[in-house]
Design a protein around this ligand. Sequence first.
Ligand code: C2E
Ligand code: CA
Ligand code: CA
Ligand code: CA
Length: 275
Amino acid sequence: AKDALTETVCFYEVSMDEAARSRRLIANDLWQAVERRELQLHYQVQKAVNSGETLGYEVLLRWHHPVRGTIPPSEFIPIAEACGAILPIGEWVLREACREAATWGNDYKIAVNLSPVQLGNADVADLVHRVLLETGLSPRRLELEITESTIIGDKERALNTLRRIKAFGVTIAIDDFGTGYSSLETLRAFPFDKIKLDRSFMSEVEASPEAKAIIRAILALGQTLRVPVLAEGVETRSQLDILLDEGCDEAQGYFLGRPVPVERIRVDTEKSEAA
Ligand code: C2E
Ligand code: CA
Ligand code: CA
Ligand code: CA
């Protein structure tokens, strides 16, 4: 029994060590991922609940590591944020997404996730401005998604940056709403244009009356503040029906469309040749 315990303890220590080592290696590789063209954007559709009309696409980052294969963003984004590589990576994502959307023959929006580290960086408003000029994308077609945690740092500074960005005509969505610490205070203080209801509410809506009550309350809040609400993580027809009943504005999730490479949305976005 003692041997087994020692083994467990050693294994535990080794694996902690391994985890730290692995994070360092990933951080190293991340700095070169842009240059090596290992990053790719996937696009996930966002639709109006009542009409089913496409409103736009959220871009989601994918990293195809030459040795480790595809690493999910939940694993590498935190590392990129910790080591600072999120700045060049985030810039690449923004430029790539805007460049792509500018080629579309419609006015779909493009929603880009903005990391707290980017928002904490003084130059992000300039970057957004520069990329819009460079790509020719109309500012009102760009939406930036930020989570509440993005602004628990230096609020004044974050608020100033967001105001500058909004002044261009770019819109701001609050992501993963309902999971943070100070949702209501955040809503009051920050100039949001959309509320994205965290997908945990959707996954529970059918089983939990509480989840449904909270969704209702957030929809009412959105109505009072005149801010549209988008429900994330819609995986079934019956979840979509509930949203329709409850008067939710927009939805996103596997039932409406999975995140896919750009080629897979081209039919939807290409310029119409018809006269
Ligand atoms: P997020 O911004 O909340 O993005 C939504 C996540 O939910 C995506 O995971 C998406 O693939 C997943 N999802 C969409 N529909 C469904 C559904 O119906 N069911 C379920 N179970 N999941 C669904 P993904 O692509 O793995 O991204 C995870 C997180 O990584 C994102 O969460 C976002 O916080 C971050 N992320 C992704 N791309 C970027 C980026 O370019 N920049 C930054 N800063 N963060 C990013
Ligand atoms: Ca998002
Ligand atoms: Ca989200
Ligand atoms: Ca999330």
